[in-house]
Design a protein around this ligand. Sequence first.
Ligand code: 4NP
Length: 155
Amino acid sequence: MKTKVLMVCLGNICRSPLAEGILKSKLDSRYYQVDSCGTSSYHIGSKPDIRSIDIAKKNNIDITRQRAAQFKKSDFDTYDYIYAMDTSNYQDIIALANNSLQNNKVNQILNELHPNQNLDVPDPYYGGDQGFEEVFKMLDQACENIASKLKKSDQ
Ligand code: 4NP
């Protein structure tokens, strides 16, 4: 069975589509499944924001086939690891959890880079292109750590 990872932000059009694309690029799809979604219903069915598509493309990652979906309770059963982009997303996911097994699957993604600090991936939606560059860099570093951790634990 594949190890399954879910990336979660608010709209599923800016940050988590990038996190999905970046982590996928670092893992073998025969053994790992990576998806993303949002805690909100705002953009269900939409393509990623053009600025996320562009920064991904600049780094040779194609996220154009992604479509936004909303986080649902059954995701706790489907996925092994659930990464929230910020504290607010984290709290919204945890509010839907029923037990400690589900709680323990959820972490803030930047804790893989700066352990226990609960740092947010800033929401770049209302800013300019620079915000997307910074978000890409942060997510690339965090996903590098996630990929090596997953590969080690699955050996
Ligand atoms: P994301 O960014 O959570 O990284 O996809 C946002 C996208 C849209 C909105 C908020 C954040 N919105 O309010 O529509």
